[in-house]
Design a protein around this ligand. Structure first.
Ligand SMILES: [Zn+2]
Length: 87
């Protein structure tokens, strides 16, 4: 599960889903500083880190695995292009 996207919660709210840039996502699980989010536009699961944390100290259950994601730069940060694939 090394391809799991993990971004800062503030970046997700500023730039949207790290896959499609949609704001149509919601946090459906919280473990410590890490939140698991589901984007209902592109149906992707990704993790947001809260409170300035860069590495989750608690496992996030995703697809039968427990992952300890670390923050990566938001793919759309610094970009003026906003992509919203059709549902
Ligand atoms: Zn998305």
């Amino acid at each position: 599960m090394s391809d799991l996207l993990c971004v800062k919660a503030g970046d997700a709210h500023a730039y949207g889903c790290p896959v499609c840039a949609s704001r149509d996502f919601s946090e459906n699980l919280r473990a410590g500083s890490a939140g698991r989010n589901y984007c209902s536009n592109c149906r992707s699961t990704f993790v947001t880190m809260h409170n300035g944390a860069n590495q989750s100290s608690m496992g996030i259950p995703i697809g039968g695995y427990s992952v300890f994601p670390s923050v990566m730069p938001h793919p759309f940060k610094g970009s003026s292009v906003q992509i919203f694939p059709a549902k």
